[in-house]
Design a protein around this ligand. Structure first.
Ligand code: NAP
Ligand code: ZN
Length: 346
């Protein structure tokens, strides 16, 4: 099946319309007519070659929401007409310890990314900036009826990537949580940490988005450009989730952790970051990383969002605006997720 898509032809080049081939629907596959696809900063890192060489052309997009239009003979969990979602992975080995634990994102033989990855059949995966996608049913999520589909798309990456560490490190009542960077991931982190009952602080470069941050559920908001912030908040947090796409001075932030506190990097800048071990030692602090979340936890997060009325704050755009949106994301001028209306690709 030949379908319309938007692809980056080479590293750093603007995306342009193209067509790509989608595989035939196999016995355990689902064909999805895409309604919305979010723009994640990871899409930009990938097409800019920040993370190394990629199999161009690349059709990015791993925040996909759409309707099921066909299912394979063995599929019983999804039906034609259902609203479904696809996130950052479309396969894994299914047998290793991580997969058996339901943490397919940590598959020991490597999960299959939704785009720029190698699928089981040896073909290169292509993502959601497209009209249709064929995905193994085990990697297709159910999007609850109560969620607006455009606002739900970013949950498939930005939502689960913040929900998973918040749950793993016990964000909840009595816990002081800081979210660094109020972009796509950060604004979801604020909403989710607040809904989980934690006391939430935003650490943003400036106070420009303070009103928004407080409206989204933050209790406190500080500018990291103000050196006083780091004096005032020393030793404050149980958990810091760093969503920044660039390298920052980790040691300055690690000093904001309480004894036994953890700072989790979900932001994925290409450069190595330096950690002063004395800062960890002096408070039994931890520095950690976290990747998206497993399929079961992603479904749990979608259900949690439906129950709590949580969606992303989105700016819906036509496909012809993708390159402009990339510029704005790079300039931290996103409020708070661009989402492509896939009907503009037809
Ligand atoms: P985004 O929307 O661009 O948000 C990043 C935010 O970081 C910006 O809005 C800005 O917030 C802050 N920031 C940007 N440049 C900065 C700088 N030089 N210094 C300090 N702060 C800066 O990006 P996103 O889509 O949320 O993605 C964020 C990162 O997470 C990316 O690196 C992405 O690849 C990564 N990611 C990781 C996973 C995972 O599984 N671990 C999943 C998805 C994405 P303020 O304006 O508030 O300062
Ligand atoms: Zn993403």
């Amino acid at each position: 099946m030949r379908v319309n898509a938007y692809a980056a032809p080479a590293a750093g080049e603007p995306l342009a319309p193209t067509t790509i081939e989608r595989r035939d629907v196999g016995p355990n596959d689902v064909l999805i007519e895409i309604e919305y696809a979010g723009i994640c900063h990871s899409d930009i890192h990938t097409v800019n070659g920040d993370w190394g060489p990629q199999p161009f052309p690349v059709v990015p997009g791993h925040e996909i929401v759409g309707r099921v239009t066909q299912v394979g003979a063995d599929v019983d969990r999804h039906h034609v007409g259902d609203r479904v979602g696809v996130g950052c992975m479309v396969n894994s080995c299914g047998t290793c310890a991580s997969c058996r634990r339901g943490e397919e994102q940590y598959c020991l033989s490597g999960m299959t990314p939704t785009y720029a990855g190698t699928d089981r059949d040896g073909t290169t995966t292509q993502g959601g900036y497209s009209t249709h996608v064929v995905v193994d049913a085990d990697f297709v999520l159910s999007v609850p009826d109560g969620l607006d589909p455009a606002a739900a798309a970013p949950l498939l990456c930005a939502g689960i990537t913040t929900y998973s560490p918040l749950r793993h490190w016990g964000a909840g009542p009595g816990k002081k949580v800081a979210i660094v960077g109020l972009g796509g991931l950060g604004h979801m982190g604020v909403k989710l940490a607040h809904a989980l009952g934690a006391e939430v602080t935003v650490l943003s470069q400036s106070l420009k988005k303070q009103e928004d941050g407080l409206r989204l559920g933050a209790d406190h908001y500080y500018a990291t450009s103000d050196p006083d912030t780091f004096e005032q908040l020393a030793g404050r947090f149980d958990l810091i989730v760093n969503t920044v796409s660039a390298s920052i001075d980790l040691n300055a932030y690690l000093r904001l952790l309480a004894v036994d506190g953890t700072m989790v990097n979900v932001g994925a800048p290409p450069e190595a970051l330096g950690v002063r071990v004395g800062t960890l030692i002096g408070g039994r602090r931890s520095f950690a990383g976290s990747a998206i979340g497993g399929i079961a936890q992603t479904q749990e997060m979608l259900d949690f969002c439906a129950e709590h009325g949580i969606g992303a704050e989105v700016e819906v755009i036509g496909a012809e605006k993708i390159n402009d949106a990339y510029e704005r994301v790079l300039a931290s001028d996103v409020r708070y997720r661009f989402v492509i209306d896939a009907s503009t690709l037809r």
